[in-house]
Write a new protein. Structure first.
Length: 247
């Protein structure tokens, strides 16, 4: 019986099914699982993009979101609450509920991200998206296929992320341009590293032998959420560096 104190993904590492399967069978199930993770991540990105584009084309709606601080910060904190709740309650939720919450989160995120269409040109948003997709693809493939343990890289990236968050909050008050660019480059490096680390973690912690079950679907949703967040943050930092602003 699995230790109830283990985290959701750590339970996968204890699964005894690995010992009764050949390496080829394990690899095939991991590939099938990761395909589901990438599929749900892609669906969420499409939802976010469609919502962001629709909202950006409706000036009244954009003004209501951006100019009304109650609504804007309510959406931001609501997003954080959704991610926290989904992560904390995943084992108690049904697969359908978890999937629905993930897609709802991606839609809400599209509301707040609609502002990028007001700041940057559509051409630069499109080119930055493809640059992000290429970078994400390369780093995720590296995390999937490498034989090296990326735990140390992940720990360093997480510490870097904490530093970036603290520096970002500080710079809200300082408004220092030099610090802003340091944060941007550091944030980009952090999420490049996290993409590889998270991919390896999701692949290795997949519970072998439960393919097609409710648990398998919830694992895929949580993996998709993790990689979705990596992609979105990678995109935003790249947009800050390479995006063309409207005049």
């Amino acid at each position: 019986m699995m230790d109830e104190n283990l985290t959701y993904y750590e339970k996968g590492a204890t699964n005894s099914m690995r010992g009764s399967m050949t390496n080829a069978q394990v690899a095939a199930e991991q590939l099938s699982f990761m395909n589901k993770v990438y599929m749900w991540m892609s669906v969420a990105l499409v939802v976010t993009g469609v919502v962001a584009m629709y909202v950006s084309s409706n000036i009244a709606l954009v003004k209501m979101i951006v100019l009304n601080k109650v609504i804007f910060y309510g959406l931001l904190f609501g997003e954080l609450a959704l991610v926290w709740y989904l992560s904390a309650a995943i084992e108690k939720l049904s697969a359908a509920t978890a999937t629905g919450m993930f897609l709802f989160y991606s839609a809400v995120n599209g509301l707040t991200l609609s502002v990028v269409f007001l700041v940057f040109t559509r051409e630069s948003i499109a080119s930055t998206f493809f640059l992000t997709a290429a970078t994400f693809g390369i780093m995720s493939a590296f995390g999937y296929f490498t034989k090296s343990d990326l735990t140390a890289v992940g720990s360093f990236a997480i510490m870097g992320l904490i530093g970036v968050l603290i520096a970002t909050v500080v710079n809200i008050f300082m408004q220092n341009t030099f610090l802003h660019w340091i944060i941007t480059y550091a944030g980009l490096a952090v999420f490049i590293a996290l993409t590889a680390y998270d991919t390896q973690k999701i692949k290795d912690m997949n519970i072998i032998g439960n393919e097609g079950t409710e648990e398998d679907q919830k694992e895929a949703v949580m993996g998709a959420l993790t990689l979705y967040l990596d992609f979105i943050n990678l995109f935003l930092y790249m947009l800050e560096l390479f995006g063309g602003r409207k005049r």
